[in-house]
Design a protein around this ligand. Structure first.
Ligand code: AMP
Ligand code: GLY
Length: 423
């Protein structure tokens, strides 16, 4: 079959790399893709939210299955667009409908959903401009640190964690006055959860589900989790503390009730669910839902899946996931993100990348790259992810670090302490 993957990051390269290995795949297209996806399929220069352009791509290339990588087209209703189009509705698309994607698109919606279905999460209240005074009062009842979240999508920047009341009061006011535009017209104030985070993934067809390998990502730019938040600087899978007992709690308290809740609410969900969790003394709490795979988590989770991904996605489209099980590689996979100097602040693009051909023992998943006149160039903040297998985390990481030294581009930066809190 012919497959189209929508997106252009390391996650999409990992998905494309895996799907290119399937015997079921005839032609693989990635829109818009990057220099890495071009090595396993054909890039189509259409943006992820150009629905008309994507429609033409599907029809011109006889695409039989579409997989949506990032959240933006999902929240903007790409599934609804496909189902509402006479020619596209026969083409299965993996990704939830717009109203179901609100689990990621609106934190208030996600919190209300969790409250309704008794899914463990931090206590919270939501405020809008005319309830600002109640919001300021509510802050006084809480103990620091204070967690403030913009309701809408804010490119990973909409969560503020503040140590003192004065700052929290100021920021709540700023957010409600439009600090993050429309995204912070509603603000969630919630209890601070103490613990260690991890990411759990399920693939669901709306009734059945399979749980994929879990992962831990490292979001901060600086070592020991300091400095600004990024899209993710590295990841490991499996996560040592996510043992059988913990994962059983995750399934019983979180994954199963979420899928049941989606059914009860008649939300058309078909695709990946990403549970951002906090392990609080052995009990899992949901920090956030995302309606897609994680990035860079995909760069460690996908290589650990032995089952044919095209079979899994076909079963998802046909609502037959309850007949599937998934086989995983026991080994550890770590990934290390090489980023542009300055990221997540301003950075330069277009730097030539050298020595990728000399890398041994790691998979290279391209995150922000392009080819120009035969030269591989940086094209984003996150540039390349180096994913390596090992019998344990240390062994896997050692390979990624060795290769990180070999690859060169001007102002290359990476963290040297991925996994530091897992030893
Ligand atoms: P979110 O976008 O909701 O995942 O929040 C971004 C990051 O803020 C999370 O990955 C956590 O590190 C942190 N965070 C969010 N909510 C809480 C909370 N209630 N308690 C502690 N940390 C939190
Ligand atoms: N690595 C976190 C995310 O994909 O949102």
């Amino acid at each position: 079959m012919n497959i189209l993957i929508i997106g252009s990051g390391g996650r999409e390269h990992a998905l494309a790399w895996k799907m290119a290995q399937s015997k079921k795949t005839d032609r693989l297209f990635i829109a818009p893709g990057n220099a890495g996806t071009a090595t396993v399929g054909t890039n189509i220069p259409v943006k992820v939210n150009d629905f008309k352009g994507l429609k033409n791509t599907v029809l011109e290339n006889g695409v039989d299955l579409v997989l949506v990588g990032p959240e933006v087209p999902l929240v903007e209703g790409i599934r609804d667009f496909f189902l509402g189009d006479a020619k596209l509705k026969r083409v299965p698309l993996i990704g939830p409908a717009g109203n179901a994607a609100m689990l990621e698109g609106s934190k208030d919606f996600a919190k209300m959903f969790m409250q309704k279905y008794d899914i463990p999460t931090a206590d919270f209240r939501t405020f809008i401009d005319y309830s600002i005074h109640e919001g300021l009062q509510y802050l006084e009842q809480l103990t620091p640190p204070f967690v403030l979240k913009a309701d809408g999508l804010a490119a990973g920047k909409g969560v503020l964690i503040l140590d003192n009341l004065e700052d929290a009061r100021k920021e709540l006011t700023n957010m409600l006055k439009g600090k993050f535009g429309n995204a912070s017209k509603k603000v969630i104030v919630e209890e601070f959860l103490r613990g260690i985070e991890l990411s759990v993934f399920a693939l669901t067809d709306g009734k059945g589900y399979v749980i994929l390998p879990e992962a831990k990502d490292y979001k901060r730019i600086g070592e020991k989790d300091t400095g600004l938040n990024t899209g993710g600087m590295g990841a490991v899978s499996p996560v040592p503390f996510a043992d059988k007992i913990f994962m059983k709690k995750v399934e019983e308290r979180i994954v199963a009730p979420t899928v049941r809740g989606l059914q009860k609410e008649k939300l058309d969900y078909n695709g990946f669910i990403f549970f951002g969790l906090m392990n609080c003394n052995g009990d899992p709490y949901v920090v956030e839902y995302n309606v897609r795979m994680g990035d860079p988590e995909a760069e460690v989770v996908i290589p650990r899946i032995k089952t044919d991904l095209v079979d899994l996605l076909t079963a998802t489209a046909e609502k037959k996931l309850d007949t599937m099980s998934i086989e995983t590689d026991e080994r550890t996979v770590s990934t290390l993100m090489l980023v542009s100097g300055g990221y997540p602040g301003p950075y330069e693009k277009g730097k030539e990348i050298f020595n990728t051909q000399k890398v041994k023992g790691s998979l290279i998943f391209h995150a922000g790259t392009r080819m120009e006149n035969g030269k591989l160039l940086t094209d984003g903040g996150r540039v390349l992810a180096l994913s390596s297998f090992g019998k344990n985390m240390k062994e896997a990481l050692a390979k990624s670090y060795r290769n990180a030294e070999i690859i060169h581009f001007d102002k290359k930066y990476y963290r040297r302490d991925i996994g530091f809190d897992l030893e």
